[in-house]
Design a protein around this ligand. Structure first.
Ligand code: SF4
Length: 367
């Protein structure tokens, strides 16, 4: 058949260097990857691997684990070996854990310039060990732990301060010829965060890891991250993303994937087109949309399903979708690929949509 036309995007991706985080390429035109971080004690190997398996199933690309103690460093070889995802060791304060993580087979190490003054005299050895092992490094600047020197200079974690911290840390490694970085400059305020990444993107061509730090509980954090990532990705800025939520990490991954799907940076899978309902609705749209969403959770093929409350926009949207229902007078007209295939009583709408969706899905190749 005809070659598929790629869906439109808001901007071409900014050119960046490409690095590898294990099997995942980051930057240089690689698809924007989604990452998260485990919330288990890293030393609880089974719980950590279980959470990584859940993240894998949810579509996560890269996972980070905290390494606050020697006990955590000691279990990294097992975690790195058994994880289905490339593992990034998250390290503050202790340079020796950086070497442990590299030796353990971690794909990358995250260091925070604000918390690693003691690293300065070991940068050369770290650069050498990382190069030898093919390990990349994330320079992860965070407003809450900005280098004291820069906090004094700027008076607050401003975009300029965050960027200067990151580039200063990068320069220490560059002196030893090491450039396999990705960089983050996180702030809890989306406006400051967006400005910081814009400036960073102008100042270097390292791949950028986007994050709004301490974004809050699921509702607020989802909105803050979506708005901030959207503003940046709409300018082509961002190579890998982490949505930070005070919620289970699988939720972070779902939000991250939906952000990328919304911007056509990842193929859309299940998409529910449902109306907000209004005084014209002749069925309970909220319940219908919820039940169809739940019934189709985990769908791995691109499928647009329209759930519409009346005949004003219902037939139009239902016809444009792969599958849809236009409701009215206690009945639902079921559309498949633009044609009415049957009319069912309201009580059978959900079951009929799910059945038809599964039938259509079985005909499509997985994306
Ligand atoms: Fe209201 Fe009908 Fe539009 Fe739904 S489709 S919002 S019920 S007019």
């Amino acid at each position: 058949g005809m070659p598929a036309v790629p869906p439109p995007v808001l901007a071409p991706r900014r050119p960046t260097r490409q690095i590898r985080v294990g099997k995942v390429a980051v930057g240089g035109g690689a698809p924007v990857s989604v990452q998260s971080m485990t919330t288990t004690k890293t030393t609880d190997i089974n719980a950590t691997l279980q959470q990584i398996a859940e993240l894998t199933a949810a579509g996560c690309d890269i996972v980070r684990v905290a390494v606050p103690s020697q006990d955590d460093a000691d279990v990294l070889p097992i975690i790195a070996k058994k994880s289905q995802l490339p593992v990034i060791a998250d390290i503050h304060f202790q340079p020796k854990y950086v070497f442990a993580a590299i030796d353990a087979g971690c794909a990358a190490v995250r260091v925070n310039p604000g918390n690693i003054r003691a690293f300065d005299d070991q940068v050369k050895q770290i650069a050498q060990a990382a190069t030898d092992a093919g390990v990349s490094i994330r320079i992860g600047v965070n407003a809450g732990s900005l280098d004291k020197r820069l906090l004094a200079k700027y008076g607050a974690p401003t975009p300029e301060a965050l960027v200067e911290s990151a580039l200063w840390e990068a320069s220490l490694f560059e002196e030893h010829g090491f450039r396999d970085f990705k960089i983050s400059v996180k702030h809890h305020d989306p406006v400051v965060m967006v400005r910081a990444y814009e400036q960073l993107s102008e100042a270097c061509d390292y791949p950028l890891h986007l994050g709004v730090t301490e974004a809050g509980p699921a509702f607020q954090g989802t909105i803050k991250s979506s708005v901030a990532f959207g503003a940046l990705l709409a300018k082509g800025i961002g190579d890998t993303i982490r949505v930070s939520l005070s919620a289970p990490p699988v939720e972070e991954v779902k939000v991250g994937i939906k952000i990328l799907e919304s911007l056509n940076l990842r193929p859309r899978k299940l998409e529910i087109v449902s109306c907000p309902s209004c005084g014209r609705a002749q069925v309970d749209v909220y319940t219908l949309a919820d039940e169809v969403t739940k019934g189709l959770e985990g769908m791995t093929v691109p499928l647009r399903v329209a759930v519409m409350g009346c005949v004003v926009n219902g037939p139009g949207e239902a016809r444009e979708a792969d599958l849809g229902v236009a409701s009215g007078n206690g009945k639902g007209q079921i559309f498949v690929r633009g044609e009415v295939v049957k009319t069912v009583p309201e009580s059978e709408i959900v079951a009929t949509l799910i059945e038809e969706a599964n039938r259509l899905a079985a005909e499509l190749p997985p994306s």
